[in-house]
Design a protein around this ligand. Structure first.
Ligand code: ADP
Ligand code: ASP
Ligand code: MG
Length: 816
């Protein structure tokens, strides 16, 4: 014999009821069945709202009652036909309206009346399911559990009298000639008043019946494929746990895994009856089996079974210098709360004994505070205990597993994961059974915490979430590189690089599951609510995903100005945009300070020399104790190209024109010829060496002749520029006669930075450059006679994007 319990979602519509009848019919071919049903989906919530409104004297309670009536009438009409109205249904619904009406008139809602109102949910659903089964040719009888389950008179969380209940169940539930359909959740006290077993209590009803009737198995039919490693609605990567022990299931359900009522495991465990959790929407899925010693347990040696959360908790803190070493404080605290039926979800006391933190539900907060202030009024008057401190908007996340005990490293891993994601842990507790580590964090971090902890303990493949700013050349190349390389990274590094956001000044795409990189153009929709980069960053924060990296492929000051805040929020940044590190000193200082304080990373290798390893080389030299004497070289691809061509004998203005046509210059070539971009790179290197430099401190020689500086189009500028061609030709020749040539180079030495035109020996490495090559020469204590040279293409979408990608992977390596 099996007990089949169907949750509210499994019988939410007429079709669902038909489907459930099919499941029952199928099972009856194999064995006898006792059915337990919850109220129809959302009905218990609506009943509770109706009761609360009526209790406040708010006539809106009638809307809820009509909604409930409508829902049931519709289902009945669909199942039994409009003509077949039933006096029983009408009777129950009008009785419910009367009960609620009475509460409304009295303006008073007692726990007792609430339990009565809630009981209609299961009474209606059991009647409908029973009637439909009979209608479908399966002889069924609905049974009101008030005749079976005896409890104390704690109306909303009644305690079951197992002895009396077992006797009644065995006496009254006959399943030889019909299928009993029992109301879940509800029970009755000795005086006959209605009680209930707490929200979600139908699971408990099912195992109570299973144990009393010596069922072979209790099946909990719900709307997900089983008990998951985490709530699948919050953690998309959660997986079904095929087998777990009673102890683990109990721990998970107590810690918030709503799929199973916390008390439901006990009766089954005592009677040694396996509980099977299955999906009524997907009956083919094997589900989860909960039993004493699960078969595959040894095959799954992981220390953590699952994680859970309790959404809304409030932390009460009792503290004061008068608490340490005073025996009895904790005992008074807990007895006081127990006397007032305040349920404590979490307790933590540090060894200093000066403070005890408790988590409770928000609804019980004001009462808890009041009764504790009464209890400790003397101590508070004498200032030995401080006023109760209340902290709201919190949630509790628990990591559960019976193999955690004696397995060092679980809490280290937990806290490291939370820390790297910038999630502040407000309180911590671990029971001595070592089956549960609970942390209290801010509510806004709940999903992020669940997902990053889940990934850390359950998945070998880790995710990083990228939000790209800018959709220009670099971003485009980066997107293609990520697309091309993603599967290799998944296979070889167990890393999944997911692009969750793309934005430019006009449009934006956001998708926490990842944007399809084949068709990202289509995902980029102009949005009415697009309020630029500030809005984009706000949305990134709101999404609050773990392992988030903002990738700046813009040349926007606004984006650069957001770095300190991003870092402060523990969001990492990989940037090709120089305007942060080469921005005003104040911005640079704020970025540096945020980097020091943040757990997030900030990488900008491509700010200098695109994909060339210049900043990393510099840092490696410095970090390993080398002393840098001088950095010199060419850090502008455009200027490199112009002088490399000039040395081959070209005319200056024609070379600039050619460079512009080849796309080597900015739209206005004067931006390159001014040397400003080069100067910014040198500024970054100077700051990297520890010099307090502003842009204005870099001595920068502009190659834009005076005559070409005013307002003019790039075309006009190029025409006028030819006036300087002869001068360059002569200069090259003059230098050549001394074994020298000319180049536009930069030098950083003794805290001074300068960029400009310079004569250099023809055999110098700079004179040997080709195309748009960059070159940096590091002269250091260790690399004195033969300086260290980094050379290669220092511009271009592909190499820059490659450098950004490498930074992203470096950050990913740190995060995961
Ligand atoms: P029912 O109406 O069938 O009783 P519940 O809503 O009470 O269903 O419980 C099922 C829900 O529990 C799932 O839809 C899921 O969102 C939630 N849940 C929370 N934690 C877990 C978990 N660890 N495994 C499965 N489901 C979970
Ligand atoms: N209907 C009740 C509730 O919603 C009991 C249950 O679903 O198990 O809490
Ligand atoms: Mg439930």
């Amino acid at each position: 014999m099996r007990v089949y319990k169907f949750g509210g979602s499994s019988i939410g519509t007429a079709n669902r009821v038909r489907h459930v009848a099919g499941i029952i019919q199928g099972a009856l071919a194999e064995t006898r069945i006792v059915v337990v049903v919850s109220a129809i989906q959302k009905v218990t919530d609506l009943l509770a709202e109706a009761a609360a409104l009526a209790g406040q004297g708010d006539p809106a309670y009638r809307d809820r009652i009509s909604e409930i009536s409508g829902q049931h009438v519709t289902i009945c009409h669909e199942l039994f036909g409009a003509a077949d109205a039933d006096a029983r249904l009408d009777g129950m619904l009008s009785e419910l309206a009367d009960v609620a009406g009475g509460i409304f008139l009295r303006h008073d809602l007692s726990d007792k009346s609430l339990a009565l109102v809630l009981s209609y949910g299961e009474r209606l659903s059991a009647w409908i399911v029973g009637r439909y089964l009979t209608h479908a040719g399966i002889y069924a009888m609905s049974i009101d559990a008030r005749e079976l389950i005896v409890t104390d008179s704690n109306f909303s969380h009644a305690k079951v009298d197992t002895h009396a209940t077992d006797r009644l169940v065995r006496e009254k539930v006959r399943f030889s000639d019909s299928v009993p359909v029992v109301t879940g959740f509800i029970a009755s006290a000795a005086d006959g008043s209605v009680t209930n077993l707490g929200r979600g209590g139908s699971d408990y009803t099912a195992t109570i019946l299973g144990a009393a009737l010596h069922a072979d198995e209790v099946w909990i039919w719900t709307d997900v494929d089983g008990l998951f490693s985490a709530d699948p609605k919050r953690v998309p990567d959660a997986r079904v746990l095929p087998d777990i022990s009673y102890a683990e299931a109990m721990e998970l359900s107590h810690a918030g895994a709503k799929v199973l009522h916390p008390l439901a495991v006990q009766p089954a465990m005592k009677a040694g009856i396996p509980i099977i959790i299955r999906n009524s929407f997907n009956p083919g899925a094997p589900g989860t089996r909960i039993e004493a010693s699960p078969a595959t347990e040894s095959a799954l040696p992981r220390p953590v079974t699952g994680l859970t959360s309790i959404n809304h908790v409030v932390l009460l803190n009792l503290s004061g210098s008068g608490m340490a070493g005073v025996p009895g404080t904790a005992s008074r605290l807990f007895s006081c709360l127990a006397r007032h039926s305040i349920n404590i979800i979490f307790i933590s006391q540090a060894s200093s004994e000066q403070s005890i933190s408790l988590a409770i539900t928000p609804g019980q907060t004001s009462m808890a505070r009041r009764v504790l202030e009464e209890e400790f009024s003397r101590e508070m008057d004498a200032r030995r205990i401080d006023p109760i401190h209340v902290r709201r908007n919190l949630c509790m996340v628990a990591v559960v597993g019976n193999k955690m005990s004696g397995h060092p490293g679980v809490s280290a891993q937990l806290f490291e994961t939370l820390g790297k994601n910038g999630i502040n842990v407000i309180a911590v507790a671990q029971g001595a059974n070592e089956m549960n580590i609970s942390v209290v964090v801010d509510s806004s971090d709940e999903d992020k915490a669940l997902n990053c902890i889940h990934e850390s303990f359950f998945l070998s493949r880790r995710k990083v979430h990228l939000f790209i700013a800018g959709t220009g050349t670099i971003a485009k190349s980066l997107i293609s590189q990520v697309r091309a390389h993603r599967s290799t990274l998944q296979e070889e590094m167990d890393l999944d690089v997911v692009v969750c956001g793309l934005a430019n000044t006009r449009s934006m795409a956001l998708d926490r599951g990842g944007i399809d990189l084949e068709h990202w153009h289509e995902a980029m929709k102009p949005r009415d609510d697009h309020d630029g980069i500030v809005g984009y960053i706000r949305r990134i924060r709101e999404m609050n995903l773990h392992n988030t990296i903002v990738v700046d492929c813009t040349a926007s000051t606004k984006v650069a100005e957001a770095y300190p805040d991003l870092l402060q929020e523990n969001i990492s940044v990989a940037t090709a945009n120089k305007l942060g590190m080469a921005g005003p000193w104040e911005l640079y200082r704020r970025i540096s300070e945020a980097r020091r304080k943040s757990n997030a990373k900030f990488l900008y290798e491509t700010n200098v020399g695109a994909g060339l390893p210049i900043i990393n080389t510099l840092n490696d030299l410095r970090n390993s104790g080398d002393k840098i004497i001088c950095i010199e070289g060419v850090l502008s691809g455009t200027l490199s190209y112009i002088f490399n061509e000039l040395r081959k004998g070209g005319r200056f203005s024609e070379i600039v024109r050619k460079a512009k046509d080849a796309g080597y210059t900015e739209p206005d070539p004067r931006d390159d010829l001014s040397g400003a971009d080069f100067a910014r790179k040198l500024l970054i290197l100077g700051r990297e060496l520890g010099y307090r430099l502003e842009y204005a401190d870099v001595e920068c020689e502009s190659l834009v002749p005076e005559s070409c500086r005013g307002e003019m189009t790039p075309g006009e500028f190029l025409d006028r520029l030819s006036g300087i061609d002869d001068w360059y030709a002569a200069e090259i020749e003059n230098a050549g006669s001394e074994g020298m040539t000319i180049a536009y180079t930069g030098e950083l030495k003794d805290g001074k930075a300068k960029v400009g035109l310079k004569r250099i020996p023809v055999e110098s490495p700079v004179a040997g450059l080709n195309g748009t090559e960059n070159l940096v020469v590091f002269t250091t204590d260790r690399y004195l006679k033969t300086p260290l040279v980094v050379k290669g293409p220092g511009a271009g979408g592909e190499v820059t994007a490659g450098g950004v990608f490498a930074d992203i992977l470096r950050i990913a390596g740190y995060l995961v």
